[in-house]
Design a protein. Structure first.
Length: 208
């Protein structure tokens, strides 16, 4: 499979690049700065501004799937995920790409997958603390849903640098009690859904 990863030098992006290469996939990493990326014969590095559809178009052309592992930095106002999603979608439409996987989070979503304590206390507190990031995730998901592409949205809980271990997933609802997930496992899940037709047009929540 030929995969393009945006946000490839972030915590999740690096895991995804390495796991994809280990699985024998050809990976194109779109980055501002290639520092930290491994050297590998199946890795192509493209230095470009992800917010410019024209700049990233060539890196998306002829790929089987595109994964956005973009994420906010800090707790201030941000539009990086939604603006990045718009740019990626615009580029994919111009190049004919179809398969798109985008990472957001589970914290901004309250649904039947959450327990009473999470609904009543945990999520409202998170919403105050991470208000700007959550607002951007809401915008991102709206843009992705309206894209007309073969999309999947991954919704992890709080991410850690822990070791991989068995995790749970749920379609279109949160994972009950799933409050953390290692970035390595999020990358594993992203790679798994790429060729899973059951996840097209769906959200996938994750957690332990």
């Amino acid at each position: 499979m030929r995969i393009t990863v945006l946000g490839a030098t972030g915590g999740t992006g690096l895991h995804l690049v390495r796991q994809s290469l280990d699985a024998g996939h050809h990976v194109t990493a779109v980055v501002r700065n290639p520092r930290g990326l491994p050297e590998h014969p199946l890795l192509e590095t493209v230095v470009a501004d992800v917010m410019d559809p024209a700049a990233i178009g060539a890196a998306l052309t002829g790929r089987d799937a595109v994964v956005s592992a973009l994420g906010p930095r800090g707790k201030g106002e941000t539009t990086v995920c939604s603006d990045g999603a718009r740019s990626i979608i615009t580029a994919m439409r111009s190049t004919g790409g179809r398969r798109l996987v985008v990472v957001t989070a589970s914290g901004h979503v309250v649904d039947e997958g959450d327990g009473p304590f999470t609904r009543a206390l945990v999520k409202p507190l998170l919403g105050r603390f991470l208000r700007e990031a959550f607002a951007d995730f809401v915008r991102t998901e709206r843009v992705v849903r309206d894209s007309g592409l073969d999309w999947t949205i991954l919704r992890p809980p709080r991410l850690t640098d822990g070791a991989p271990r068995p995790y749970r997933t749920a379609l279109d609802r949160n994972v009950r009690g799933g409050i953390t997930l290692a970035r390595a496992d999020l990358a594993h899940a992203a790679l798994n859904v790429l060729d899973d037709p059951d996840t097209v047009g769906r959200t996938v929540a994750l957690g332990y």
